[in-house]
Structures are given as C-alpha cells and as structure tokens.
Design a protein around this ligand. Structure first.
Ligand code: NAI
Length: 347
C-alpha cells in the first residue's frame, strides 16, 4: 500500500479525502503542520507528499523532499506559484487540481460584490440589535453598470455569465483572449488600461506570475474610476497592498473584497483570534468599513472539496501506474496543454 504524507491537514480535508480514498486505497498520514523546511524531513519513508497553497515548496524544501526519496507531490489546489519549478524539474513530478469548482470561486466573487454593495453584513448585525435605520446601507443597482474581468479562464468566464445575468456590461482583459467565447457571451475584450478606465467593478481572475505580480499598483489604480470596487479571489500578490490602502484612504477605491492577501501565509486557514495581529498592513485593511476580507475561502464548497480529493488521488494513481499525470505542472510554460508534457517528455 502506497503511503501519502498530507501536510496542513484540516478536519474538512480528512472528511473528504477519507471518503474518496475508499476507492483508491492509500495509507494517508495527516499532519496538522504546514510543509516547511522544518517539517519536510517527516516525508522520509513516504511515497508521496500532498500539499496546499500555503505550503512551502521552495528550492530548499524541494531539496529535502528529494533527498528523503520523494518523487511525486500532489498539490490539492489549482495555483502553484508556491512551487519552485526549476528546483523540482527533473527530480520530482508535481500534479495539481486545475479545476475543482470554478463555480465556487466565481460565486464567491459575486458574494463579495453583493455584500460590499448592499452591506448585508452590517444589516445582519444592526437588525439583531434592534437598529432598523437605513443610514450607511445605500448601495447601487448592478444593472447597467460595467464590470471588468481580468483573466477570462474557467473562473472569469463563469463570473462574466453571472454578471451578464444581472444586466451588467462586461469588459475583459486577457493576455490570451478567447474571442469565440466572448462573441457568444456578449463580452467585450479591451486593453488593460481601457478596462481600468471604464469599469465600475473590477475582478481579478488571472494567475500570479512574474508578469502579473503587483499589476494592481499606484499606476493602475490611478487609471481607475473614482469609487471603483475591486475584487480579488485570485492571488494576493496581484495587488500591491500598500498602494491599495493609499487608494482606499483617498476614496479612489470605493470598496475592496479580498479573498486573498499577499502575506496570507501566516494567517489564513488558522484560528488566530486569541493572538495579537502583528501584520500592520492587514490590520490597516481591517480599519476600513468598505473592505471585506475572507480567508481564502472562495473554493470552499462541498462540490469543490469532493472534486479536489478525487482528482488529487487520481493524479497519484496515474503516477504510481507509471503513466504521466494528466494534471502534471508543466515545467516549461505552466500550461496543462504543453505538448512536451502530454507526450510524457516533460522530463
Ligand atoms: P485559468 O487558467 O482557467 O484562467 C486564467 C486566465 O488568466 C487565462 O485565461 C489566462 O490566459 C489569463 N492570464 C494569464 N496571464 C495573464 C496576464 N498576464 N494578464 C491577463 N490575463 C492573464 O484559471 P482559473 O481556473 O480561472 O483560476 C484563476 C485563478 O484563480 C488561479 O490562477 C488561482 O490563482 C485562483 N484561484 C483561487 C481560488 C480561491 O479559493 N480563492 C481557488 C482556485 C483558483
């Protein structure tokens, strides 16, 4: 029986992986701690590592895992910006779950938009306190407004469909435009600066890459409409948070919904309610009444967790059968469809 060491395990991970594993038959050792240089030696004696978005898969950690005999890592997430691709190349195969429920993430983006706009989180607290006043709860009709979507892959396309349902005009920017989809969906591709100029709501759905890191910065913020709503369910590093704070202070940004944060590693997914918050930038974000932070929960639906468990274990099945994993990270271009990968010649 092959043995998997499963880092950063939460009770909900165990529930869904144990259910899926009935069919796959692995021995899974759940570890509460994150994968770090300190915990990586625990992988000795296991056949595979299962890791998540905030685990450390930098070069030094990959070295330790390789030296402990690990030849496959199953990421139970879509993003892999935490994996040092150069370091694993030629040594450790890395699989991921490219799509588990794009609906979950797109629908969470909509939840952030609606909450920030109609302030239902404030209304919930007010009415429980017998405060039935409406002051401070004023929103706007989404109907007729313009949404700008950056990154029109699986999630961005679903969000576009939902926002079209609200009667919004939807603009999009993508490095690789999908014009056939856009024509059918009634979405207009525009240049990045044009999207910033015209959009009332901007939602980020592109991956974090060297090119997209800090794409939302003082310069791009200055190009946006006054009072724009910014939604980020993609990766924290897309936004230079200090510049966002400056734009919140001036009112340039009217509202921000953040499911991800560039320094989330030490906080998100953990209960730290009895500790002092030492991250001054995150603390400053919490002072704004028009900022809503959720702790990387956009993916968190029953459907998504079931799909994640099944695909993660399926990736390992393929690896242990000696096949190339369909969802192996491509070490050359990052694309699932890279021919060098699908021919099994990635390394
Ligand atoms: P996808 O790969 O289907 O789509 C990404 C899109 O971004 C593609 O159309 C691509 O052409 C575009 N893109 C790439 N580079 C770009 C650039 N420089 N400028 C503009 N567009 C660019 O990915 P999917 O499944 O839609 O996921 C999007 C992101 O959502 C992921 O990269 C991940 O970081 C994040 N995510 C967040 C989750 C959460 O729980 N908050 C869960 C799952 C994904």
């Amino acid at each position: 029986m092959k043995k998997i060491i499963f880092f950063d395990a939460k009770p909900y991970d165990r529930e869904f992986f144990d259910a899926a594993n009935k069919k796959h038959g692995y021995e899974i050792k759940y570890i509460n701690n994150r994968l770090l240089a300190d915990t990586a030696p625990l992988a000795a004696g296991y056949d595979a590592v299962c890791a998540f978005v905030n685990d450390d898969l930098s070069g030094p950690v990959a070295d330790i895992l390789f030296n402990k005999g690990i030849r496959v890592i199953a990421m139970r997430c879509a993003g892999y910006n935490n994996v040092d691709l150069k370091s694993v190349f030629g040594r450790i195969h890395v699989g991921r779950v490219p799509a588990y429920s794009p609906y979950a993430v797109a629908e969470h983006a909509v939840a952030l938009i609606l909450t920030l706009n109609r302030k239902t989180h404030k209304a919930y607290n007010r009415t429980r306190d017998s405060n039935f006043a409406l002051g401070g709860l004023l929103g706007f009709d989404l109907h007729g407004k313009t949404a700008g979507i950056i990154g029109t892959g699986r999630i961005g396309q679903i969000l576009a469909g939902i926002l079209k349902g609200f009667g919004m005009r939807v603009l999009a920017f993508d490095r690789f435009p999908k014009t056939d989809w856009a024509d059918g969906a009634g979405v207009e591709y525009v240049e990045e600066a044009e999207l910033y100029r015209q959009s009332d709501i901007i939602s980020l759905h592109c991956p974090l890459t060297p090119e997209t890191e800090y794409m939302i910065n003082a310069k791009s913020l200055s190009q946006m409409k006054d009072g724009v709503m910014l939604i980020n369910t993609s990766r924290g590093g897309l936004i230079e948070t200090k510049d966002l704070i400056d734009a919140l202070k001036t009112g340039k940004i009217g509202a921000a919904g953040l499911d991800v944060y560039e320094e989330e590693d030490g906080y998100f997914f953990e209960d730290r309610s009895d500790e002092v918050l030492t991250d001054d930038v995150l603390a400053r974000l919490f002072t704004f009444p028009n900022v809503l932070v959720t702790a990387h929960q956009a993916f968190f639906t029953k459907e998504a967790l079931g799909n994640i468990a099944e695909t993660t274990l399926g990736n390992l099945d393929a690896f242990f059968r000696g096949e190339s994993m369909a969802n192996e990270i491509c070490y050359h271009c990052g694309k699932d469809t890279c021919p060098r990968k699908t021919t099994g010649k990635c390394f």
